[in-house]
Write a protein that binds this ligand. Structure first.
Ligand code: NAP
Length: 533
């Protein structure tokens, strides 16, 4: 045993998670929603947003936080982000404990979430330092628009004067919250962050650390713990919504009366059937094949497969199907499912009872057309847990021997440690099968055959937000496809939601209004600077 997680052992449970609104911590009234330890099914915390004054919270953020942030330069806002990253680092052990107790994370999974959060904040802190004294940005080069060089046009980017609503999924309470805040605060836009209720404890504790630090201007950060209530009904045209979660909830938001009436910008990060392709050239024992196997096994079990970027579909050349199947079984056979507080555990439970129900049902649906090579939907006896307790599932590999675009394996996202292995004949077929996923966040190609890589990448690029190409030359240096990087875009077309986050300055466009400014060149350059400066 690693011992009891730090914070959980200090507090009587369940604790009440308060929201931080209008500059103070407030608890909702009425019936609270319970948060569970997914390994033991004990209630560890509860949250309610009933009767909270959300209209006042939105106004407070807009009227206090907005002007205070906009008065700062990018460099000063970057300093705030640096302080936020530091607070997370300083409390890393405590936060790991919360990941274990409330999200079913192994130590390694919790560190992935927490370190991802601080690294992303630091990346945007450094970007802020580079942008320095500026408060607004130029968008590309200006251009003369009249007969003389004096009449000039320049696109500029200025902070929106509203509030950003950040709605996050349950799987990354630290990273998901921080990646949105980093970009929004750097742009000078205050935010109300709403973590998914099931795993909100980690997000709440981090917000508490930030508030205690006093580094943020009043109103720059608010937190809503519990259901979203009527929050969105208070939005107007200068506000913005950044959502991460299921395609189903995203559809609801797209139809939301207020969002539609006021054309509130909405960024959606949703589902994805990410694929990994082994090229026809990868030989047994090659670095390329090893990399492919390592990434597939890791992406299947990290965070118990509850990652929007996890590999769901595995494509191998037809003649390698049996070999690849055996090699994956060997790796997945070593996984030890159990309570994350047990040292031997390598994969924890799913985050909620609903997740368990959905993942089991999803496996059964996939199994109607595929063979289960390992795992399945049956109950698992997990390490260090009373019999029958916890939301555990086995890592599950299915094999679909004659795949078609219309198969469920190419249509259904099972949000757990579940993937389907499929053979392909040639690059045209694998492109068709991958494209059948309807738009994804990230897929990966493992090959050193440049003509195969070219055909595969050109074929699947329009269907993705990010692609990774891995081969012999990058052995030992690659970042697994499931790791979201602040330098590169996160988001994808179609079922992935059509959103774009991160990507360095690219993600900042959601929070900045692009204005085409035309007039006297010298005046424009005096007001907003020159692209050559
Ligand atoms: P979810 O059920 O859609 O919930 C996501 C968030 O939306 C939660 O904060 C939830 O709050 C909130 N929500 C629920 N109903 C709402 C409504 N009517 N109006 C406004 N907000 C509402 O998704 P999830 O189960 O947490 O996450 C799993 C899904 O997210 C998977 O499909 C996964 O692929 C996707 N995901 C995508 C990404 C990405 O970056 N593309 C990342 C992670 C996960 P409550 O918790 O209070 O209900």
């Amino acid at each position: 045993m690693h011992g009891e997680p730090v914070l959980a052992s200090l507090q009587p449970m369940p604790i009440t998670l308060k929201s931080y609104l209008s500059g103070r911590w407030q608890a909702g009234s009425g019936k609270a929603i319970p948060l569970f330890n997914p390994a033991t099914e004990e209630v560890v915390a509860e949250a309610s947003t009933e009767k909270l004054d959300l209209q006042a919270a939105v106004s407070f953020a807009r009227e206090k936080g907005g002007p205070a942030l906009r008065a700062l330069s990018f460099g000063q806002r970057g300093e705030i982000l640096k302080g936020m990253a530091k607070r997370i680092n300083d409390s890393r052990e405590e936060l790991i404990g919360l990941g274990q107790v409330n999200a079913g994370n192994t130590r390694s999974d919790a560190k992935f979430d927490i370190d991802g959060a601080s690294a992303t904040l630091m990346f945007y802190a450094e970007l802020g330092a580079k942008l320095g004294e500026q408060r607004t940005l130029l968008d590309g080069e200006g251009a003369p628009i009249g007969r003389s060089a004096r009449l000039y046009g320049q696109h500029v980017l200025v902070p929106r004067q509203g509030v950003a609503i950040h709605i996050n999924a349950f799987n990354f309470p630290a990273w998901g919250m921080s990646e949105k805040l980093a970009v929004s605060l750097l742009c000078g836009v205050p935010a109300i962050s709403k973590p998914a209720t099931a795993t909100a404890w980690m997000a709440q504790r981090i917000a508490e650390l930030w508030v205690e630090s006093g580094a943020l201007p009043e109103g720059a950060l608010s937190l809503l713990c519990g259901s979203v209530g009527g929050l969105l009904s208070h939005l107007r045209g200068q506000d913005v919504v950044a959502f991460t979660g299921s395609g189903e909830t995203a559809q609801r938001l797209r139809r939301d009366e207020t969002i539609c009436a006021y054309n509130v910008p909405l960024n959606v990060e949703a589902d994805s059937l990410n694929a990994a392709v082994l090229g026809p050239d990868a030989q047994t024992g090659s670095e390329t094949l090893n990399l492919f196997l390592t990434d597939v096994a890791k992406e299947m079990i990290q965070k118990t497969g509850q990652k929007c970027t996890a590999i769901r579909r595995i494509f191998t050349p037809l003649e390698r199907l049996d070999e690849v199947r055996e090699m994956l079984l060997e790796r997945l056979g070593d996984v030890r499912v159990g309570n994350p507080t047990e040292e031997k555990t390598t994969m924890g439970p799913l985050a909620t009872a609903d997740q368990l129900r959905d993942v089991r049902a999803g496996i059964d649906k996939l199994a109607a057309k595929s063979e289960i090579a390992i795992g399945g939907s049956k109950p698992v006896q997990a390490l260090g847990v009373a019999e029958g307790k916890g939301y555990f599932v086995s890592p599950t590999l299915l094999v679909q021997k004659e795949p078609r675009a219309s198969d469920l394996a190419n249509q259904l996202e099972v949000f757990g440690p579940v993937a389907t292995l499929m053979p392909y004949r040639d690059s045209a077929q694998v492109v068709t099968l991958i494209a059948a996923g309807g738009g994804g966040l990230v897929s990966s190609v493992y090959s050193d055959d440049r003509s195969f890589v070219r055909e595969a990448i050109q074929g699947i690029a329009p269907f993705h937000g990010r692609l990774t190409v891995a081969g012999e030359k990058l052995a030992g240096q690659t970042v697994p496809p499931g790791t979201v990087l602040p330098q590169l875009l996160h988001g994808g077309p179609g079922r992935a939601g059509g959103g774009q986050e991160l990507g360095g300055m690219r993600g900042m466009q959601l929070y900045l209004q692009k204005v085409a400014l035309q007039g006297e060149r010298a005046l424009i350059e005096q007001l907003f600077g020159s692209p050559r400066a």
